[in-house]
Design a protein around this ligand. Structure first.
Ligand code: ZN
Ligand code: ZN
Length: 274
């Protein structure tokens, strides 16, 4: 059996998408040793093992890239085998050179959505639920390479349960930089415009206030959203007055694309009638 070692350099949208865990799983699946590392301008991989297994790894790698990632450049080069026995994820290196594109924030994935609504799950109704497949990226990154200490999650230290997910290669949250839970993650609070705590469930109360035409500033781990009931003309006008934004459209948020289609056709039919 001939043993080979290859260096692979990937460029594209590759950070903050769970690429390193994916590479780890793919390499161990094919019994390869080596490592993967994020640098500021690329992801570098070295694999070592039987030639056939290295070829399998290389052929499966492009389709294994988690969404919304994208490989723009892939370069491979032969290296001399080093006799390594395991595969590891190395600490990121900060280098000076062109910056990698920042991946976008990704809407909650189906797995997280079902955990969110499962009363038996430890993240039941936890608003900051994420995994390597979903959650904020663009809005939490302060610098590259994308690692927790360079995101707005840096101050939240993972509890034992979260840490064991983070360290488990077979877990969906393996190396998930925004990993947290109700025990160790950010907490919700609802304050009035004088900074006083409003009693009750924060989500239920916020919905009630929105329905009353109030403006809610939603502060997430990535920044602020100003929210009003888009179907309440007075509330929208008040937001326009306060923001000094007379005409420029606001973004409309809906539950899903079906809801948006229903709303959009409603708006169209109103326009037609007038
Ligand atoms: Zn998820
Ligand atoms: Zn936790």
């Amino acid at each position: 059996m001939s043993v080979v070692r290859k260096q692979i350099i990937l460029k594209g949208i590759l950070q903050g998408i769970g690429l390193r865990p994916t590479v780890y799983r793919l390499a161990t699946k094919h019994g390869l040793s080596g490592w993967v590392i994020n640098t500021t301008e690329a992801v570098r991989i070295e694999i070592e093992g039987a030639r056939d297994n290295c070829d399998w790894f290389l052929s499966e790698l492009p389709t294994a890239i988690p969404s919304p990632g994208r490989i723009d450049v892939i370069q491979t080069e032969d290296r001399s085998p080093l006799g390594e026995t395991s595969f590891s994820i190395k600490r990121s290196i900060e280098t000076q050179r062109d910056i990698t594109p920042i991946p976008p924030d990704v809407a909650v994935c189906p797995e997280c959505a079902s955990e969110l609504l499962d009363p038996k799950n430890r993240r039941h109704l936890f608003p900051f639920i994420t995994c390597t497949l979903c959650g904020p990226r663009f809005t939490v990154v302060r610098a590259f390479p994308y690692d927790r200490e360079r995101t707005s999650m840096a101050d939240f230290v993972m509890c034992e349960d979260c840490k064991s997910e983070y360290l488990n290669p077979n877990d969906r949250r393996f190396h998930s930089q925004t990993n947290s839970c109700p025990k160790c993650g950010p907490q919700l609070s609802l304050l009035d415009n004088c900074g006083r705590q409003i009693e009750g469930d924060q989500i239920v109360e916020s919905i009630r206030l929105l329905k009353q035409g109030k403006i809610i500033a939603v502060k997430g781990i990535g920044g602020f959203h100003l929210a009003v009931d888009a179907l309440n003309e007075n509330a929208v006008q008040r937001l326009r007055d306060l923001k000094g934004r007379a005409e420029k459209p606001f973004a409309v948020m809906t539950r899903d694309i079906e809801e948006l289609k229903r709303l959009a056709s409603t708006v169209l039919s109103v326009v037609k009638k007038n």
